[in-house]
Write a protein that binds this ligand. Sequence first.
Ligand code: AMP
Length: 226
Amino acid sequence: MVLNLIVLGAPGAGKGTQAERFARRRGIPKISTGDILREAVHTGTEIGRRAKAVMDRGELVSDDVIVGIVRERLDQRDAKAGFVLDGFPRTVVQAKALDEMVNGRGPLVVVDFAVPEAELVRRLASRLICEKCGTNADRGVDAADPEGCKRCGGRLVQRADDNVDVVRERLEVYHRQSEPLVDYYRGRPTFRTIDGAQSPDRVAADFVAAVEAAAGGLTAAEGARH
Ligand code: AMP
């Protein structure tokens, strides 16, 4: 059965890492709007050129642009069997557009990662990513590894928007524009909240359990085949 999954939570809540892990296990694509935009900035496309300044300030790219990107991506063949969306939706307007996009494509499961503010700030300030492939490094700034990215060997750097001032703005934007999404989804039987402040392995276990419970056992049945 098709699993359409979205992960909600503040920047630094760990949803990207967990979405990646989950999607790999299930053999479905992880679609991160942040990754798509960073790639567009990197290659210098029209969208990338326009998005760069907005991203550097920690603000949100316009709903029109981002909905267009996601609509196109979800139309690709590999997403027909399900997907994990990371970083989208971020506004209620985007959530409504997503409801339309997935209409008739199976249930939309929503998992919210709850993490206290102080822990978010700590994580974002120390997070490193690969300059080449964008993968999050497991270690922080203090323990930078000269060997670089585990996946491709690329240099590990701090994300441009992880500096203290931009982090503050991104958290504010989250509270103002994205937190209302929890109210938008809360009443649905496929909505779950998990404690994202635990160790990555505990979060991963809770994540799988939450998805299984929300989707009514559908992942348990499919997981048994792997
Ligand atoms: P992320 O990697 O998810 O933290 O996204 C990095 C930046 O990309 C955000 O701070 C926004 O500027 C932009 N962005 C990513 N996803 C969205 C979205 N769904 N709506 C608007 N802007 C987005």
